[in-house]
Write a protein that binds this ligand. Structure first.
Ligand SMILES: [Zn+2]
Length: 215
C-alpha cells in the first residue's frame, strides 16, 4: 500500500469501531493524527450510545498497482474484489491488486469539530498574532482533509510524475487545476508531497502533462 501510515490510522479506528460495537456503542473519529516522530498514531473518538447500524465505513480498501487507483469494498463484496478502473486486475496471486482491512473507510476527521477546535485555540491565544503557526497549519489542513468528497488514501506527486514520465509538477498548480476541473483535492497531513483527490489516476496524469507543457 502506498499510504501505509494512513492505513495504520484506519486500522486503529476500525479496531475501536469493532470493540465498541460488541459493547453496544458506536464510535466516530473527531480527529486522527499521524506523526513520523515515534511514529505516533493518535485518534480522538466520540462514543455514542447504541449499536452501529450503518457499516458503510467499516470494510476493505484495495489498491491497484497497475493503474494506481484505490477503492473501498464492503464485507458483502469481499469475495469478488476487482479493480473497476482497469477491470482485468483482481486479487489473484499474480494480480496487481492488494487489499487491506477490515478498517475504517470514512473521513479521518469531523470538520465541524475541527472548526470548533480552531476557534477555541484562537480564543485561548494558542494561535493568532504569529503564535502557534504549526498548530494552526495542521488544524486547517485537517479541516481540508475532512471533506466527505475526498476518498481515503493519498497519492504522492512522484507517483503521478512517474506514470506521466515527467518531473514532479508544483503541488499548488496541480491542486488548483483539480479544483478548477471540479474535483475534490487537498493535501495530506501524513505525507508532505502528496494529494488526496477523487480524480482518477489517468486524469491526474494528463493534468500534470498539460501543466508541464504550459510552463
Ligand atoms: Zn486498476
Amino acid at each position: 500500500m502506498p499510504y501505509a501510515n494512513e492505513i495504520g490510522l484506519r486500522m486503529l479506528i476500525g479496531g475501536a469501531v469493532r470493540e465498541a460495537c460488541v459493547m453496544g456503542y458506536n464510535v466516530t473519529p473527531l480527529f486522527s493524527y499521524y506523526s513520523y516522530h515515534g511514529p505516533v498514531f493518535r485518534v480522538l473518538l466520540r462514543v455514542n450510545r447504541g449499536k452501529l447500524n450503518d457499516f458503510r465505513h467499516y470494510g476493505f480498501i484495495s489498491y491497484c498497482h497497475k493503474c494506481g487507483n484505490s477503492q473501498a469494498f464492503t464485507w458483502d463484496e469481499l469475495g469478488k474484489i476487482c479493480c473497476s478502473y482497469c477491470t482485468t486486475s483482481c486479487t489473484k496471486p499474480s494480480g496487481s491488486l492488494v487489499v487491506s482491512g477490515p478498517l475504517w473507510t470514512g473521513p479521518l476527521h469531523e470538520g465541524a469539530y475541527l472548526a470548533e477546535l480552531l476557534d477555541m485555540a484562537l480564543q485561548w491565544e494558542w494561535i493568532g498574532n504569529g503564535a502557534g503557526l504549526d498548530l494552526e497549519k495542521v488544524i486547517r489542513l485537517m479541516i481540508d482533509e475532512s471533506d466527505p468528497e475526498l476518498p481515503f488514501g493519498y497519492t504522492k506527486l512522484d507517483e503521478i510524475a512517474k506514470r506521466a514520465k515527467i518531473n514532479s509538477p508544483p503541488l499548488k498548480s496541480l491542486m488548483s487545476t483539480l479544483h478548477k476541473e471540479g474535483y475534490a483535492a487537498s493535501r495530506s497531513h501524513i505525507a508532505s508531497n502528496a494529494i488526496k483527490t477523487n480524480c482518477p489516476m489517468t486524469t491526474c496524469v494528463s493534468i500534470v502533462k498539460d501543466l508541464v507543457h504550459h510552463t
